[in-house]
Design a protein around this ligand. Structure first.
Ligand SMILES: [Fe+2]
Length: 200
């Protein structure tokens, strides 16, 4: 299973970037591909990106959830809207309601995994029985000091959890540093990462 955490483009979903995204996702031999969108996607052309991802066989979850097909149907995956931008610009309570409705669809799954572009998704899922929350957005600070200490992270939860694995209120939070970049064309003490999880 391939889980994609968003921010597929920076400064515009041009035709060439969209094609590159489609080619890259197509090249991954995963039986199931699931994606959420990030703030840069919503600032670009999310509909165009959704078409490209869908054409590569990806299911896009925006406050939606699904069960894996048998024999792994004991695993439920919920994809959250991006807390920063969001398709639905509602208040915190309405967003919480949308997330709760998604989580309800996998409430009887033995393993419940949530994916959100930003670790701020923790605000919506903490204490709600999610075993694993996967996120990114932070780049690990992008420009960090020795010891992987970020200088600035555009995310309240990301300031506390800029990268790596954390145990929070019964949920394992993993914050990927991701593979891309924005604004500054280099990274310091915040190397890219792609995480591989064995769920058992
Ligand atoms: Fe982001």
């Amino acid at each position: 299973m391939l889980l994609l955490g968003g921010d597929y483009v920076f400064l515009g979903a041009t035709q060439s970037r969209v094609k590159e995204l489609n080619d890259l996702v197509n090249s991954v031999p995963a039986d199931l591909k699931i994606a959420v969108l990030g703030n840069h996607d919503f600032w670009a052309r999310p509909a165009r990106l959704e078409v490209a991802l869908s054409a590569a066989g990806t299911v896009i979850l925006v406050n939606e959830a699904l069960r894996l097909p048998p024999p792994h149907d004991d695993v439920g995956i919920a994809g959250l809207d991006d807390p920063f931008t969001s398709l639905d610009q509602g208040d915190f309570e309405s967003r919480q309601h949308a997330v709760d409705e998604a989580l309800e669809k996998i409430a009887d799954a033995k393993v419940r995994i949530a994916v959100c572009h930003s670790p701020d998704g923790l605000l919506w899922v903490r204490g709600r029985g999610v075993h694993l929350l996967l996120s990114g957005h932070t780049h690990g600070g992008h420009i960090a000091l020795p010891g992987h200490r970020p200088i600035f992270v555009p995310s309240p939860m990301g300031k506390r959890y800029p990268w790596g694995r954390h145990e929070v209120d019964g949920t394992t939070l993993f914050v990927s540093r991701g593979v891309g970049g924005s604004v500054v064309p280099f990274r310091t003490w915040a190397p890219p990462d792609v995480a591989v999880f064995d769920v058992c």
